[in-house]
Design a protein around this ligand. Sequence first.
Ligand code: NAP
Length: 293
Amino acid sequence: MAAVVIDGKAAALRVREEVRERVLVLREKGVIPCLGVILAGEDPASLSYVTAKERALEEAGMASRDIRLPADTGEAALLSHIALLNGDPAVHGILVQLPLPASIREDRVIAAIDPQKDVDGFHPVSVGNLVLGKRGFAPCTPQGVVTLLREANIPLAGAHAVVVGRSNLVGKPLMNLLSRREFNATVTLCHTGTRNLARYTQQADILIAAAGKAGLITADMIREGAAVIDVGVNRVPDLTAKKGYRLKGDVDFEGVAQRASVITPVPGGVGPMTIAMLLRNVVQAAEDTAIQH
Ligand code: NAP
């Protein structure tokens, strides 16, 4: 069997179109959804992520409030920027690009964001709401995974989903999302303490790899006909590539595609969905405040 390859770019474009339509409705009411974006330091990767997010916001008809701070910014100064954004009714969401300079405590900064503006879904209140099954913002990459699964018509209810990776960014929120009643999957969460990983992955109807280890999941580790979602993005050296490396997922794509029913590529799978979900969270935050006023 050769798997159907899920086109994450196309799925993300559909979400972005839906967001654009919701933005138009808000704009007619005089509301321009706006994301406050804080970048501290000059890390080139962070700068390129932030630039991509701001471009996507603009394309969707939304605004951004760009705050660029030098690498030696203190925690108190950063917190005061967050307080200003929290108190600004024209700003609907707040994003602090991570990682922060080493002198700043990330958990302090995240906890300072108004949960109603926490479009990244990292605030402890957002995490709590996700665990409790209450309304709130969920992190973008896990939301992107669930949206891709739904778009590809993969049945979730009653399915056994095996998640490899337990980070706060991907694995744990995925576990909480998939096991919500609305999705109703049975979830197994694996990590480096898991004895005999293959024993679990072979039982998966849906296998989600989020370990950050290139080629970790091989064909012998999956069940024939499983749906395989590859969250991993790993740089592997490749002297034939212009940059000296190429991006590879956690899944051995060529081998696994022979056994899976559907599979996501890297790049072009989960990646494009992450920004699309951020846009969706921002428009949601703006809609929520528009309803309150
Ligand atoms: P992370 O914080 O490093 O967490 C990796 C998790 O995988 C950990 O829980 C770790 O277990 C587990 N793990 C590592 N090696 C393993 C192995 N051999 N067997 C079983 N479990 C293993 O990474 P992350 O932030 O979750 O990101 C994971 C991957 O997704 C990375 O490649 C990252 O670049 C990618 N990512 C992509 C997007 C996107 O938009 N496409 C977004 C976010 C992340 P322990 O807890 O035991 O250490």
